[in-house]
Ligand binder design. Structure first.
Ligand code: NJP
Length: 235
């Protein structure tokens, strides 16, 4: 109750569901994404839940955008209790098909974005002796599939980053965790939410529930990994 969270990639899909679920738990929010109109739509849903909400139109891979967003959160709410690094993009091509530009972009958004946001909130969290950083990885963040070299590298990187950060900050009271969604019905990889071929996939709300569970662990408890698979996903 009365916590403050920054959620990146909050304009649709899993991030939208996380924002609304946290609002229902009494959390005020700063929503981050590149498209203002989509962020305003989600902000209205958060306010409907009775919580305060600010939006930050920002690219998570841009250091200046990240700095501005964290400043906005501090000014609006005076503290940041929870950071959810959820913004992410997919690329499903063979190594031979992957351009340097595509490779770099995947790493910048999925990995560097989480580094920049985490670094930007850490000082405050460590000073207050509390805070949670929740990184949305992937069920292909610990194992691989073909045609996903850049994506898997970014998520394996995010897993390693999270593990190292957790070790660095644990004594300060700051907790770091990863959540690994399996196939989830969102707009991921230029698809449509609700498309018929996604029948049986996880819902964005399923992942949001995992975030709420991780975020609501009592301060002496660390829930640091949750993997959620759809039952139909055989591998
Ligand atoms: O995807 P989608 P999901 N700066 O496309 C934002 C992981 N995951 O919800 O910037 C800031 O519906 C984008 O907003 P906008 C996945 O890797 C998913 O499924 O306005 N924001 C939008 O709000 C990712 O880490 C599945 O375009 C940026 C959001 O990110 C997380 O779940 C499986 C941005 C993407 O919404 C959420 O993805 C899995 C940037 N540079 C892992 N670039 C799955 N869906 O099956 C994008 O294993 N965004």
């Amino acid at each position: 109750k009365n916590k403050v969270a920054i959620v990146t990639g909050a304009s649709r899909g899993i991030g939208e569901a996380i924002a609304v679920a946290l609002a229902r738990e009494g959390v005020d929010l700063v929503l981050v994404g590149r498209k203002e109109a989509d962020l305003e739509r989600v902000a209205a849903r958060v306010r409907d839940e009775g919580r305060a909400c600010r939006i930050s139109t920002a690219d998570v891979s841009c250091e200046e955008d990240v700095r501005r967003t964290v400043e906005l959160a501090r000014e609006a709410f005076g503290k940041i209790d929870i950071l959810v690094n959820n913004a992410g993009i997919g690329l499903f091509k063979t190594v031979q098909e992957t351009s340097l530009e595509e490779w770099n972009r995947i790493l910048q958004v999925n990995l560097t974005g989480a580094f920049l946001f985490s670094r930007a909130v850490l000082e405050d969290m460590i000073e207050r002796g509390q805070g949670q950083i929740i990184n949305i990885s992937s069920d292909i963040g610990k194992r691989t599939i073909p045609r996903a070299s850049a994506y898997c590298a970014s998520k394996f990187g995010l897993e390693a980053f999270s593990e190292v950060l957790a070790k660095e900050v644990r004594k300060s009271g700051v907790r770091v965790g990863v959540i690994r969604p399996g196939l989830t019905d969102t707009y991921f990889n230029d698809t449509k939410q609700g498309a018929p071929e996604k029948e049986g996939w996880l819902q964005a709300e399923d992942i949001a529930e995992a975030v709420v569970y991780m975020a609501s662990a009592p301060r002496h408890a660390l829930v640091d990994e949750i993997t959620v698979h759809p039952v139909i996903q055989e591998y």
